[in-house]
Design a binder for this molecule. Structure first.
Ligand SMILES: [Zn+2]
Ligand SMILES: [Zn+2]
Length: 93
């Protein structure tokens, strides 16, 4: 599972080499994170690191489902957007 390199490169160009995260809960100064990233630092740690992220986990490995995220945002999202491992069985409603 993962994006083709060509898809990631396209997404990188679309993103302008900056984090595309727009999640309000992250408290970015602007609507978008826009952190400047370093191309060589993909899947690394530290300054300028970034990853290609699936916007919709079930959306497939296509360009429109590929989001460029800085290491910081990726970490926050991994913490909060964990796929549910089972049904929760809530019956209120
Ligand atoms: Zn970010
Ligand atoms: Zn963010």
């Amino acid at each position: 599972m993962g994006f083709y390199l060509i898809t990631i490169e396209q997404a990188w160009i679309t993103a302008g080499g900056r984090c595309q995260c727009m999640r309000l809960s992250h408290g970015h100064d602007n609507a978008r994170c826009n952190r400047q990233l370093v191309l060589e630092n993909r899947d690394c740690e530290g300054a300028g690191s970034w990853s290609a992220h699936h916007i919709d986990p079930k959306g497939g490995d296509i360009l429109s489902n590929c989001e460029i995220l800085c290491g910081e945002c990726k970490e926050k999202i991994d913490d909060t957007e964990v796929e549910p491992s089972g049904k929760f069985g809530a019956n209120s409603g």
